[in-house]
Structure formats: structure tokens, C-alpha cells
Write a protein that binds this ligand. Structure first.
Ligand code: SAH
Length: 395
């Protein structure tokens, strides 16, 4: 067994069950683990601390367990079942209105480096670490045991999320089922229908983390003119229309995304004048189009992928929010989000505060939003809380 010994005094975070070992904490290594191998972590005193996946990089070990248990096929079944039980408790597994949800959310499910999204009878597995990629067949078998006949296919979508330098040669494709090669189906979310293509879509194909926030948009949309920016699949647009919006404009810089939003609107409603898709950069669109809207949704991609670029990201978020706030009709609503892990909820609120001041409008916070229960936060890994949202009433 490969063994890693920590520097004196560096065992504290593992003692608090934080699931990462940073390279700087390591004193020495016994053995020559390959990336993705299982390694054991010991204190400088030689006390066993944790067992996890080894990887070259600043996070050297992602912890799978804090006890010296074997990582067997049964172990994977146990972990998948634990994740399933959480979704069951959240009312997502037997829900006729919603057949898509996240089954595994990395550290939040004690499976660092692994994401699994369920789309009806298909599971889409996305490995962010080499160890999870190496384990993909065991993960697939475990999923089949937990779901039984309800699972017809398991798709691996790891090629873009694995570290580039690891040279895994990963190619996306089915691990089980999917013999027809089709990668698209219609899913239902809170009774709304969406095309999801896990083969060609962004991430695993759909942003499941906005499910409850979309439902809230629906509640505020009656009779409103709505601008949905960074619209991708048109998730918020469909909910706004379901809520009785008078008109919805979806803006995304990707023409493919705009087409998808239009298809999703068509899937749910008779195609009519109530929805317009616009392919444009949101910053340009807002600058060039001075029009006011009753409700605006800002759901940009993560501007800050890590702390080093936080300064620029802060400016970007502030500029975007200031522009949007100034384009809200009096008495209108802004839904604004940040999905950057590096942006804390405090920093996000400060940015939106600055934006309100720049726009010179009176603003009240009506709701403070976050990620739903199928994106749980491991209490020992607070970094897992990444989605922040505010609903503002703009006078
Ligand atoms: N709100 C979406 C998810 C947004 S994903 C949902 O609920 O599913 C981010 C989207 O922003 C992507 O579709 C990407 O194409 C788009 N995007 C990124 N930068 C952009 C920009 N500057 N202007 C317009 N769209 C942009």
C-alpha cells in the first residue's frame, strides 16, 4: 500500500474531516503511486488518518474514508445508496413532476471528484479526479445495483473535466446501455419539460442546481416582461412563461444555446410571440438596448474560477448587476446569481450593494437563495457551498 506521511502539525484538517490533503502538507511518501491509485495518509507520528485517491497537483489526496476500510465494489454500493437516500429524503426519487436530479455532488456526498446526474432512466457520470475516472466501471456497477431496472443507461462525460495533464485519454461514451448511441431525451422538472443532451450539452447537459430558484421565478412572473440573460437551455424562460409572463427575452452568446431555449419553449407552449431568443453578448445587449423590464434574471457562468482572478471577477459582477438594476422598471424584480465558489455570499452581497449604489436605485432583498438539497454541502467542507442568489425589489 502506498503511504503518505504528513508534516508535523498538518493533520489537523483531516482530524476535522476536511476531505483534501494539500501537497504542501506532505513530508514524505512510501511507494510510487500512479495518479488515481488509493493511498493511505498518516500523521508524522505514524497514526492512520485517511484513505483516498492520489493525484499530482495542489490537492494531492481526495479522501474517500477516514477509516482503514477496503474500497471494494460493496463500498461503492454503500456510498451510492447513501447518496440515493438523501435524494429520497428530499423527495426527488419518486416524484412524478421531476425526473432529473443530482445523485452525487462530490464532497457533499463524501465522494470528492465525482458528479452524477440522473436524467430519467439515464445516469451521467462526470469524474473530476483521475481516481474517480479509474473507478468508473465500479461506479457504474454500483449504480445498477442501487437502481435495478429503473436504470437503463450510464454515460461517462469525463473528458472535459479531468485534469488535462493526467493524459487519461478519456473519451465520452456509454459505460452501460445506450446501444442506439442517442444522447438526448426529454426530462421533466417541476412539471416543465426540457430537452437534455448529455453528449453535446454543457456540463452534464442541464443545470439542475437552479430547480427551486426557477420555481420562484415562476411565482414572480405573472404579467411581466422578463429578460433572462445567460439563458442556456432557457430554464428560467420556460418557468417565467409558465408563471404567466407577458413576454420573455432569452439572451445567450451561444447560438446553439439560443436554439435550445427556443426548442424548450416550443416543447412546453405553443410557439408564439411571447418568447424571443437573442444571440448576443449580455454586456453588449444591455449596453445597446436601454429597454426596461419588469423582471431580469442574471445567471452568468463562474467569473472567478479561483481566488487569483477574484479582483476582475468582482468588477465583472458589479458592472453587470449595476446595468441590470438600472434597467429594471420601477417596482420590478432582479434575480441575480453567482456560481463562483471563490465568491463568498458576503462578497456577493457587497458587490450587489455596490451595483445598487452605482445604479442609484432603492433596493430591498426579498430572498437569499442557494443550491438545492441534491447539491448538499458537507459541513466539514464549507467550500462546497457555491451557488448564491439574491432576489431584489427595485423601487
Ligand atoms: N441560466 C442557465 C445556466 C447558465 S450557463 C440555466 O438556468 O440553465 C451560462 C451560459 O452563459 C452559457 O450558456 C454560455 O453560453 C452563456 N454565456 C457565457 N458568457 C456569456 C456572455 N458574455 N454573454 C452571453 N452569454 C454568455
Amino acid at each position: 500500500m502506498n503511504r503518505i506521511f504528513l508534516k508535523r502539525g498538518r493533520e489537523e484538517s483531516l482530524g476535522r474531516k476536511h476531505p483534501w490533503v494539500f501537497s504542501g502538507a506532505i513530508a514524505r511518501m512510501d511507494g510510487k503511486p500512479a495518479e488515481g491509485d488509493i493511498v493511505d495518509v498518516y500523521s508524522s507520528e505514524g497514526e492512520f488518518l485517511a484513505r483516498g485517491h492520489y493525484q499530482i497537483g495542489s490537492i494531492t489526496v481526495r479522501v474517500l474514508t477516514f477509516s482503514p476500510e477496503e474500497i471494494t465494489p460493496e463500498w461503492w454500493v454503500k456510498r451510492m445508496r447513501a447518496a440515493y437516500d438523501v435524494r429520497c429524503a428530499a423527495g426527488l426519487t419518486e416524484n412524478s413532476a421531476t425526473d432529473c436530479y443530482r445523485l452525487v455532488h462530490g464532497e457533499g456526498d463524501n465522494l470528492p471528484g465525482l458528479v452524477i446526474d440522473i436524467y430519467g432512466d439515464t445516469a451521467v457520470v462526470q469524474a473530476h479526479s483521475v481516481g474517480m475516472y479509474v473507478s468508473r466501471h465500479e461506479i457504474c456497477s454500483a449504480l445498477r445495483i442501487v437502481y435495478g431496472d429503473r436504470l437503463r443507461a450510464v454515460y461517462d462525460k469525463s473528458s472535459q473535466t479531468l485534469p488535462y495533464k493526467a493524459e487519461t485519454g478519456a473519451v465520452d461514451g456509454y459505460l452501460y446501455g445506450g446501444s442506439d448511441g442517442v444522447t438526448e431525451r426529454v426530462v421533466t422538472e417541476n412539471g416543465n419539460r426540457f430537452y437534455v443532451d448529455w453528449g453535446s450539452g454543457q456540463k452534464t447537459g442541464f443545470f439542475l442546481d437552479q430547480r427551486e430558484n426557477r420555481e420562484l421565478v415562476k411565482r414572480y412572473s405573472m404579467g411581466c416582461t422578463v429578460l433572462n440573460t445567460f439563458s442556456y437551455t432557457g430554464g428560467f424562460s420556460v418557468y417565467a412563461m409558465a408563471g404567466g409572463a407577458a413576454e420573455v427575452v432569452s439572451v445567450d452568446s451561444s447560438a446553439i444555446a439560443v436554439k435550445l431555449a427556443e426548442r424548450n419553449v416550443e416543447l412546453n407552449f405553443e410557439f408564439g410571440a411571447r418568447h424571443v431568443g437573442v444571440t448576443a453578448d449580455v454586456f453588449d445587449y444591455l449596453k445597446e438596448n436601454g429597454r426596461r423590464f419588469d423582471l431580469i434574471i442574471l445567471d452568468p457562468p463562474a467569473f472567478a474560477k479561483h481566488h487569483k482572478v477574484l479582483g476582475n471577477a468582482t468588477k465583472g459582477y458589479t458592472r453587470l448587476n449595476a446595468r441590470a438594476i438600472s434597467q429594471i422598471a420601477p417596482g420590478g424584480i432582479l434575480f441575480t446569481f453567482s456560481c463562483s465558489q471563490a465568491v463568498s455570499s458576503e462578497l456577493f452581497r457587497t458587490m450587489v450593494f455596490t451595483a445598487a449604489a452605482i445604479a442609484g436605485r432603492n433596493v430591498r432583498i426579498l430572498h437569499q437563495l442557494t443550491q438545492p438539497a441534491d447539491h448538499p454541502v458537507n459541513i466539514y467542507h464549507p467550500e462546497g457551498e457555491y451557488l448564491k442568489g439574491l432576489v431584489l425589489y427595485v423601487e
